[in-house]
Ligand binder design. Structure first.
Ligand code: SDX
Length: 391
């Protein structure tokens, strides 16, 4: 335990905090969850193990893992009355808007207070399991397809793929390598210190709003194209490059032009000033899943050429702009058959255990204060109000 370090009161009002969950070194490209390097976790641990790690502080024993897996399956169904909500969204509704609404709505179905360890654990696992189920449901219903229910004999990730793709006319074949890829994808997204959406979750939690409201707000923040929405924007950027003849040099030129709002999506990071360690792992995963699917993706060639051209250009290296997690993630998702409109939802499912762990850490902090940053006022000095006919 790091113990409690007292800071200037303004420290915790500003939303800055001490944390024991995730460590990042932006200069060296280091990322660790509870002290474990992301490279080791991505290679050796499944997403459910990493959920346990983030929520409880260490990796589970086999018995703890099995108990968590059973509880996740027990809580994998969504209240049948919630299907009416899904049915009444326009088919074209953005799934991030649906997810944010539905997570907030979950509170109405589970109003019990989190006053015991058991109620807290149940709420956390209910959210981790049902958000995954709701994501698949929103996809199926948006396509006019019957929803597919989770199966008790399938793992967390296998269930998701099956709920997304199974069909009465073409039963979905669960590929072990795709399940492994999805586990790794969600492990890489599971937490990332005080990023925009996590800070949002903490800000809402600091007002003592319930966890469903805090997570719903986090999903809304993640939706933005500069944050979680970037994985979708990256693939749309690759598609635009491909449609205009594959000229990556033109995209690089535009990204450098200060008069052009265009940015190289999937490049740059607020903390990493070198290659995002998650992007390195995601890049390797592209080749692996494409080989299993026995297919090629022309967007991967564009991505790799774009990276090569950009990193040879001093504008990017001088500004410390390197590929981040979103640069290659969309190619993995395309190969897993996930439609582009669901890309940011995939990020949200992965980030859920991190948001929950960060919310819990805040709630457990005896010194927590209401998130209330201050400002530097640069507006009008004091002046008198004139009657309307004299203005
Ligand atoms: C995520 O915080 C997290 O941890 C987030 C995340 C997580 O796991 O939670 O890692 C997930 O959000 C990853 C980032 C996904 N977003 C994108 O890929 C969008 C494209 N990237 C940029 O918009 C930008 O790099 C940010 C927003 C990610 C970071 O921006 P910063 O650090 O605030 O830097 P900045 O906007 O102040 O830019 C610094 C300079 C500027 O040039 P100058 O005015 O100084 O000359 O770099 C330029 C920018 O114009 N720049 C870019 C660029 N990113 C920054 N130029 C071209 N293309 C880019 N992508």
């Amino acid at each position: 335990k790091t113990g409690y370090i007292t800071f200037d009161p303004g420290f915790s009002n500003s939303g800055s905090c001490t944390s024991t969950i995730t460590y990042m070194d932006g200069a060296k490209g280091v990322l660790r969850y509870r002290g474990y390097p992301i490279e080791q976790l991505a290679e050796t641990s499944c997403f459910v193990e990493v959920c346990y790690l983030l929520l409880n502080g260490d990796l589970p024993s086999r018995a703890e893992y099995q108990r968590m897996s059973v509880m996740l399956n027990d809580h994998s169904l969504v209240h049948e009355d919630m299907q009416i909500f899904f049915q009444n969204f326009p088919r074209s509704a953005n799934p991030m808007g649906i997810l944010s609404s539905m997570v907030n709505a979950l509170r109405s179905f589970y109003p019990e207070l989190m006053t015991t360890e058991e109620a807290i654990e149940t709420t956390f696992l209910r959210l981790i399991s049902k958000v995954r189920t709701m994501a698949a449901m929103s996809h199926r219903i948006s396509r006019g397809h019957k929803i597919v229910y989770p199966r008790p004999d399938y793992s967390y990730c296998a269930n998701f793929l099956n709920m997304m793709h199974d069909s009465p006319v073409r039963p979905y074949e669960i590929k072990k390598e795709f399940v492994e890829a999805l586990n790794m994808f969600w492990v890489l997204h599971a937490d990332h210190e005080q990023n925009c959406s996590t800070s949002t979750v903490r800000a809402v939690g600091s007002a003592r709003a319930n966890i469903y409201a805090a997570l719903s707000a986090g999903i809304a923040a993640l939706w933005g194209p500069l944050h979680g929405g970037a994985n979708r924007a990256v693939v749309e950027m690759f598609e635009d490059i491909r449609k205009s003849g594959g000229d990556v040099k033109k995209a690089v030129k535009r990204a450098k032009d200060k008069n052009d709002p265009f940015r190289l999506m999937g490049f740059g990071h607020s903390v990493y000033k070198t290659y995002d360690p998650r992007a390195k792992i995601m890049k390797k995963m592209c080749d692996k899943v494409l080989a299993v699917a026995n297919t090629e993706d022309p967007l991967l060639d564009i991505a790799m050429e774009l990276e090569e051209v950009a990193l040879k250009d001093s504008y990017f290296t001088d500004h410390n702009l390197y590929p981040n997690i979103d640069f290659y993630s969309g190619i993995v998702l395309r190969t897993l058959g996930i439609p582009v409109e669901m890309f940011t939802v995939m990020f949200a499912i992965g980030r859920l255990p991190g948001w929950i762990a960060q919310w819990k850490e805040l709630m457990d902090d005896p010194f927590k204060k209401l998130f209330r940053p201050r400002q530097i006022y640069v507006g009008e000095t004091m002046r008198e109000v004139l009657p309307i006919d004299e203005r």
